[in-house]
Ligand binder design. Structure first.
Ligand code: SAH
Ligand code: SF4
Ligand code: F3S
Length: 476
C-alpha cells in the first residue's frame, strides 16, 4: 500500500464531462450531522460532471462512506460497514472504488487504510472538492501498483466552497446551505475542532447566490448550517464585516424565501443583535437549537463551555421576550467526567424550568485526544446510562406536551411532498414538526412541494401533528 498525502492547495478542479466514459454508479452512505448530509449532496454534485449517477444500493462503481467521529459508537459504524462492503467489492472482482470521507477520515485516515487496506480513497472534510483528481490518482495508481490507496486529509488554504459546482441537486422545498465550518471553542469532550478545523465563514455574496439558486429549484425554507453557525461573520455585500443577524436580514429580502433558520448555535455567540433579529425578522422561525450540555456550572466549566447556567437562562428569557412563541431544542451530555448526582439534578432542574420542545441526549463518550478523555473521575457507564434514561423520560414528556399544545393552533405549514397514505400531504410546522394534512383542499392537488398555507392543528402524535386546511384558504 502506498499513501500519498496532498498537503498543498491544488489548482481548481476542472469539471469536464467524460462523454466517452461509460456512466458510473455512485452510492453515498451518510452518518452524522446536517453538515455531513450537505457535504454528501455536494460530493454528488462534484462527481456528476464526471459521469457518476447516484444509485440506492451499495453494489456501485463507487461507494463513499461519509462518516461521523463525534462518539465512539458513531465511528465504530464505519469499520463494520467496511467489512460488509469488502465482500461486495470482492464479488465484483475488485471493480469498485471505496472511499471514506467526513470526520473519521479526517481524524483517522491512516488508521483506516491500515485496518482496511481495500479502501481506495480517504478524503477529509476540507478536500472533497478535489474528488475528481483524487479518483484519477487512484486510477493511475491502480494501473501501476496493486492495492494502492490515496489519502488527502489536508486543510487546504482555499475554501472548498469556492470550488464546488454551481449545479446543485438533491434539495427540495427545505434546503440547507453550509455558511460556517469548523470550531475554535475546544470543549473538552469534543472532536469537532480537530475534524473540521478552525472556524471559517463564507462571504455573504456566495451564500446569497447559493440561496437564489436553491430558490430557483423550489426551495422556500433555507436553513443555514455551521458547527457554530452563530459565530458566522463574513464579508458583506457592502464589503464590511457582517454578523449573522445582518445576513439573515439580507436573505429575508429574497421574496421566494418564506422561512429562515440557522443551526447549530453556541450560547457564547448568541449576541444581542441576533436576539433582536428574532423580534424584527418575520421570516426567522420561532425555533432555535441551542445546546447547553449540562445544567451544572461546575460541569460547564470542566467542559470549557465558557458560559454559565444563568447565562443560558438569560438568553432563553431574552429570546422569549423577543418572540413569545419561541421554542427551543438542545443537546445534553450525561455522565461527563466528575458529574455528581447534584450536577445531574441541576441538569434536570434546568430542563424542567426551560421546557424544551425537542432534545438530543447521549451519555459522554470518551474521545482519545480530547482533554476530558484523560480525566480521572470518569462516571461509571451504568450510572451514566441510568441518569440518561431519567433525563430522556422528562425530555420525552416535554416533547409530547409541546406537540399537544399545538392542537387548536393555526400556523403556516410548508409542504414538502405526499403523505404516507393517498389523499395526504406532508409538511413542516414552524417548529419543524412533521404535519400531515388530509381532506378538503388537499384532494384537488392544489398543494404541492413548496406550498405554504395556514393549517389548523387537529391532533398531536408523539412525533408529528395532524391538521386541516382552513376553509377560508380553500375559498381564496
Ligand atoms: N457545536 C455544537 C455541537 C456540535 S456536536 C455546540 O457547541 O453545541 C453535537 C453534539 O454532540 C453536542 O452538542 C454534544 O451534545 C454531542 N457530543 C459531542 N461530543 C460528545 C462526546 N464526546 N460524547 C457525547 N456527546 C458528545
Ligand atoms: Fe464541539 Fe464545543 Fe465546538 Fe460545539 S463548540 S463543535 S461542542 S468544541
Ligand atoms: Fe459528526 Fe463531524 Fe458532524 S464528527 S457531528 S459529522 S461535524
Amino acid at each position: 500500500m502506498t499513501e500519498t498525502t496532498t498537503r498543498t492547495a491544488t489548482t481548481r478542479p476542472v469539471f469536464v464531462r467524460h462523454d466517452d466514459a461509460a456512466l458510473r454508479t455512485l452510492h453515498i452512505v451518510t452518518w452524522g450531522c446536517q453538515m455531513n448530509a450537505y457535504d454528501s449532496l455536494r460530493m454528488a454534485d462534484v462527481l456528476r460532471p464526471i459521469g457518476y449517477r447516484e444509485v440506492a444500493t451499495d453494489d456501485a462503481d463507487m461507494v463513499i462512506f461519509n462518516t461521523c467521529h463525534i462518539r465512539e459508537r458513531a465511528a465504530d459504524k464505519l469499520f463494520s460497514a467496511l467489512g460488509r462492503l469488502r465482500a461486495v467489492k470482492e464479488a465484483r472482482g475488485g471493480r469498485m472504488m471505496i472511499a471514506v470521507a467526513g470526520c473519521v477520515a479526517q481524524a483517522e485516515g491512516a488508521e483506516i487504510l491500515r485496518r482496511a487496506p481495500y479502501v481506495d480513497l480517504v478524503v477529509g472534510s476540507q478536500a472533497y472538492h478535489k474528488l475528481p483528481e483524487l479518483i484519477a490518482a487512484v486510477e493511475a495508481k491502480r494501473a501501476s501498483v496493486i492495492g494502492a490507496s490515496v489519502i488527502d486529509t489536508a486543510f487546504p488554504a482555499e475554501q472548498k466552497f469556492d470550488f464546488l459546482p454551481e449545479d446543485q441537486s438533491g434539495q427540495g422545498a427545505i434546503a440547507n446551505i453550509a455558511i460556517q465550518e469548523g470550531c475554535d471553542k475546544f470543549c473538552t469532550f469534543c472532536v469537532v475542532p480537530y475534524t473540521r478545523g478552525a472556524e471559517q465563514s463564507r462571504p455573504a455574496a456566495a451564500i446569497i447566490a447559493e440561496a437564489k439558486r436553491l430558490v430557483a429549484r423550489g426551495a422556500r425554507e433555507i436553513a443555514l448550517l455551521g458547527q457554530n453557525v452563530n459565530a458566522w461573520h463574513g464579508e458583506g455585500l457592502d464589503g464590511r464585516d457582517w454578523s449573522l443577524a445582518r445576513l439573515l436580514d439580507a436573505l429575508a429580502e429574497i421574496p421566494e424565501i418564506g422561512r429562515l433558520r440557522y443551526t447549530t448555535s453556541h450560547p457564547r455567540d448568541m449576541g444581542d443583535d441576533l436576539i433582536a433579529a428574532h423580534r424584527r425578522n418575520a421570516k426567522l422561525m420561532p425555533f432555535l437549537h441551542l445546546p447547553v450540555q449540562s445544567g451544572s456550572d461546575a460541569i460547564l466549566t470542566a467542559m470549557n463551555r465558557r458560559h454559565t447556567v444563568a447565562g443560558f437562562r438569560r438568553i432563553i428569557e431574552a429570546l422569549r421576550a423577543a418572540r413569545p412563541d419561541m421554542a427551543f431544542s438542545s443537546d445534553f451530555i450525561i455522565g461527563f467526567p466528575g458529574e455528581t448526582d447534584a450536577d445531574f439534578r441541576a441538569t434536570m432542574a434546568l430542563v424542567r424550568e426551560v421546557e424544551f420542545a425537542l432534545a438530543y441526549s447521549f451519555t459522554y463518550s470518551r474521545r482519545p485526544g480530547t482533554p476530558a478523555a484523560d480525566a480521572v473521575a470518569q462516571v461509571a457507564p451504568a450510572l451514566a446510562h441510568e441518569r440518561l434514561l431519567e433525563l430522556q423520560d422528562l425530555l420525552r414528556d416535554q416533547q409530547h406536551a409541546f406537540n399537544r399544545a399545538q392542537v387548536g393552533r393555526r400556523f403556516e405549514v410548508l409542504f414538502t411532498g405526499a403523505g404516507r397514505y393517498p389523499g395526504q400531504v406532508a409538511g413542516r410546522s414552524p417548529y419543524l414538526q412533521p404535519v400531515v394534512v388530509a381532506g378538503a383542499g388537499v384532494a384537488d392537488g392544489a398543494i404541492g412541494p413548496g406550498t405554504m398555507t395556514e393549517v389548523t392543528i387537529t391532533s398531536a402524535n408523539p412525533n408529528s401533528l395532524m391538521g386541516t386546511i382552513n376553509q377560508e384558504q380553500i375559498a381564496a
